[in-house]
Design a protein around this ligand. Structure first.
Ligand SMILES: NC(=O)c1ccc[n+]([C@@H]2O[C@H](COP(=O)([O-])OP(=O)(O)OC[C@H]3O[C@@H](n4cnc5c(N)ncnc54)[C@H](O)[C@@H]3O)[C@@H](O)[C@H]2O)c1
Length: 328
């Protein structure tokens, strides 16, 4: 079977591709395990990727998700699955409303329609975000029945995507699933335009002996999940029986909130164990970052995800150790 990953040259897209290569098979549209013989990474950045793809199963295609014809051409086999990750991210969407609408809304519909047009009812996993929630009246803990009240254009487009996935699935056009993510850490390389970028930078830069300029105060909490658990979560949701997900196709991945001070403690603990000299963390509060990240919840109920086999992190220390092992 073929796997298309939109936004496939980004942080999570590449991690998912690597995990699929290692696994070698996924469930096809008929629900039976099938060998993956082709992974196509579709991205506006292709072929600029931090990983080198020596594996001949992987190809990269450069293009814009809002280009309907190009997106339609990606879904060119019946035995296909799609991971839809291409997106303008939070602060990027606040800067450029029109781009967020074009890429996230129109681009999202393009890939849904491409999968629908195939006629084989492919599995399509959409990457949503905790940013579907927001606002001063939001409870700090949310569950599957908490109303969507996004405080960013990005969050609005993700909420729209979740509803579209439900409806395209209800109509029998695709077998859609949404993975709703907390902030995923530790992103390697350079930050993207996400307002949450500091939650990776606070670990990544000091671990490499570089300075991190922290835009939030030390008592600030963020809901996190390590990328290893996140990638396993994407795959578990892809592989799940549709009936186990139910008519609301959204699955909130496991998550835990940490204060900045706890992040720094974990970082110092692991650095001491590994005998690493940390770069400095300096403070320069950015009200726009605090406003966006502060509008998000601190806990999402992930009962459904855990029942589907999505793992949670043992602790923050293990997430940092994993990053050191994978990237340093
Ligand atoms: N990483 C997180 O903490 C997090 C949290 C919540 C949700 N998400 C969602 O998960 C997905 C992946 O996140 P990520 O951290 O890997 O982000 P990323 O920025 O690393 O990857 C997104 C990719 O999408 C591509 N892209 C953007 N616009 C495009 C366009 N017009 N056409 C084609 N490609 C385009 C980018 O070039 C990029 O490679 C996104 O949908 C994001 O909204 C991520």
């Amino acid at each position: 079977m073929k796997v298309v990953i939109t936004g496939g040259c980004g942080f999570l897209g590449q991690m998912i591709a690597k995990a699929i290569l290692k696994r070698g098979e996924l469930r096809g549209p008929d629900g039976k395990p099938a060998e993956v013989d082709e992974i196509q990474l579709f991205d506006q950045l292709a072929p600029v990727t931090p990983f080198s793809w020596a594996d001949k199963r992987v190809t990269t295609v450069a293009g814009d998700i809002s280009d309907k014809a190009t997106v339609a051409s990606l879904v060119d086999r019946d035995d296909v699955s799609v991971f839809h990750l291409a997106s303008v991210v939070s602060a990027g969407g606040e800067k450029d409303f029109d781009m967020a609408m074009r890429v996230n809304l129109m681009g999202g519909l393009n890939i849904l329609d491409a999968a629908r047009a195939r006629g084989s009812v492919p599995r399509l996993v959409f990457s949503s975000s905790l940013a579907v929630f927001g606002g001063p009246d939001l409870p700090k803990e949310v569950d599957d029945w908490t109303r969507h009240t996004p405080e960013t254009t990005y969050g609005m487009t993700k909420a729209f995507g979740e509803l579209a996935i439900n409806d395209y699935t209800r109509k029998g056009f695709i077998d859609g699933r949404t993975v709703r993510l907390p902030t995923i850490v530790i992103r390697p390389g350079v930050p993207n335009a996400a307002a949450s970028g500091w939650a990776s930078g606070i670990f990544r830069e000091p671990l490499q002996g570089k300075e991190h300029v922290l835009p939030v105060h030390d008592g600030f909490y963020m809901m996190l999940l390590g990328y290893r658990s996140a990638v396993e979560g994407f795959l578990a949701v892809h592989e799940a029986e549709g009936a186990a997900i139910g008519p609301d196709r959204t699955v909130c991945l496991p998550n835990k909130a940490y204060a900045v001070a706890q992040m720094v403690e974990a970082l110092e603990r692991v650095a001491a164990e590994e005998r690493l000299k940390l770069g400095p963390i300096t403070r320069e509060r950015d009200p726009s970052v605090e406003a966006i990240c502060g509008s998000w919840p601190l806990k999402m109920d992930s009962t459904k995800a855990r029942a589907l086999g999505c793992p949670e992190d043992a602790d923050l220390d293990s997430v940092i150790r994993g990053f050191i092992e994978d990237f340093l």
